[in-house]
Design a protein around this ligand. Structure first.
Ligand SMILES: [Zn+2]
Length: 410
């Protein structure tokens, strides 16, 4: 059983593999399609029906209690570019194994289910190719419309609908109704490793505000346009990158995170003063008040940057992911089942966004972490030890068992 999980994980990790032990399976690409097919095959072999909904989410369902809602277990198979093999994919495979464990227990007569269990791969959690991130899970909970999902386009102009059709991932099935959701994920930080803890129990998520900014300048010749005539969009954008970093120092240490993660220069020629730069910026804090203070500060400073660099700074889109507590009784239950397994736990917030953050707005949700070596993530060096992977599958299986037996049908 245990070797079984590691072998399955090795097979899944070979799909879209890149040098250094990582994977590249951005949402809706051929590699994402192959990973989804591999998981669908695993689910069918283990007796689950495979469903695809209209926004690219993939489900494995097996009705133990006809008509009852489902305890959903899952995460995401898509990855960032040149990413690690654990982020998301570990959670989907752990969910599949935990669901099989539940079904085996029901069939073996050691578990009486009150609700069903289902496995899910949420489409496009990462948001690298198509924005926004948490796309499939947000559509499931109704915070993003299906039309907006299908119409979102990547940098090459391909829509989600086209990308999903190309990998045969667009379905018509009604997604299974959830009674509860549980997800296990790598921590992507160093808290668990530093404390010598086996399992992190997420109590709340950090608030995040994301911005898409366009700096408008005027395109010109780098050799022939005199300095006083320039409206250099890249100069303005570069100042925004520095501004995002400097704003952090106006808040207490460790309380605010900011980053410019994407930066597109037009026309990006060595002899052209850039006419336009598009950039993505995010601001995060556990304290929603600090995110709002930073927001006000940034908007004010954007105009100052614009004036100083003789360009126009336009915020074309901004969105807020609120901070929210996870269901306290599920945190308690997760703690109890981890203790039964003899594991050390630690209650903590999640700094990163996860599909569980979206599901937490709809149903009681548990989010569990396993340790990440050195806290490295979104990079091929991402690593979680085999023993930690197996402990996580064990805890998720125990939690799933309890949820399937305890969650009353609506
Ligand atoms: Zn993830």
């Amino acid at each position: 059983m245990r070797q079984d999980f590691l072998q399955d994980f090795a097979e899944l990790s070979a799909i879209g593999a890149v040098p250094g032990g990582g994977v590249e399976r951005q949402a809706g690409t051929a590699a994402d399609g192959r990973a989804r097919e591999w998981v669908a095959g695993w689910l069918r072999e283990n007796g689950f029906d495979v469903l695809r909904d209209a926004v690219g989410n993939l489900f494995g369902v097996l009705d133990l209690v006809p008509g009852a809602p489902h305890v959903l277990l899952g995460s995401h198979l898509d990855s960032q570019p040149a990413a690690g093999r654990f982020d998301g994919a570990y959670g989907v495979l752990a969910a599949a194994h935990a669901a099989r464990h539940v079904v085996d227990a029901v069939r073996g007569g050691t578990l009486t289910p009150r609700v069903n269990v289902a496995v899910v791969d949420w489409f496009n959690e990462e948001g690298s190719r198509f924005q926004p991130s948490l796309m499939g899970s947000s559509a499931y909970v109704g915070s993003v419309a299906a039309d907006a999902v299908l119409g979102a386009r990547d940098a090459a102009g391909t829509s989600v609908a086209e990308a999903l059709t190309a990998i045969d991932a667009l379905g018509e099935a009604t997604a299974p109704a959830a009674a509860a959701y549980a997800e296990i994920h790598i921590e992507q930080g160093r808290q668990l490793e530093r404390r010598g803890v086996d399992i992190g129990l997420v109590e709340t998520n950090w608030a995040a505000r994301k911005y898409e900014v366009v700096v408008h300048g005027v395109q010109g010749h780098t050799g022939a346009t005199v300095m006083e005539d320039r409206h250099d969009a890249l100069l303005g954008a570069a100042r925004i990158v520095c501004l995002a970093r400097d704003v952090v120092d106006e808040f207490p240490p460790g309380r605010l995170l900011t980053a410019v993660g994407r930066f597109t220069v037009s026309p990006n020629s060595p002899v052209v003063v850039p006419g336009e730069v598009r950039l993505s910026l995010d601001v995060r804090s556990l304290d929603p008040e600090l995110v709002e203070q930073a927001h006000a500060l940034l908007l004010r400073r954007f105009s100052e940057v614009g004036a100083a660099a003789a360009v126009e700074v336009e915020v074309v889109r901004t969105s807020l992911r609120a901070s929210r507590r996870f269901a306290p009784d599920l945190v308690d239950l997760s703690e109890a089942v981890a203790a039964e397994a003899g594991l050390i736990t630690h209650r903590m917030p999640t700094m990163a966004g996860h599909d569980a953050v979206a599901l937490n707005t709809l149903v009681p949700t548990a989010l569990l972490f396993v340790p990440s070596v050195g806290g490295v993530s979104h990079d091929v060096r991402e690593l979680t030890a085999d023993a930690d992977l197996l402990r996580g599958v064990d805890v998720l299986s125990r939690l799933a068992r309890r949820l399937v037996a305890q969650v009353p049908p609506d």
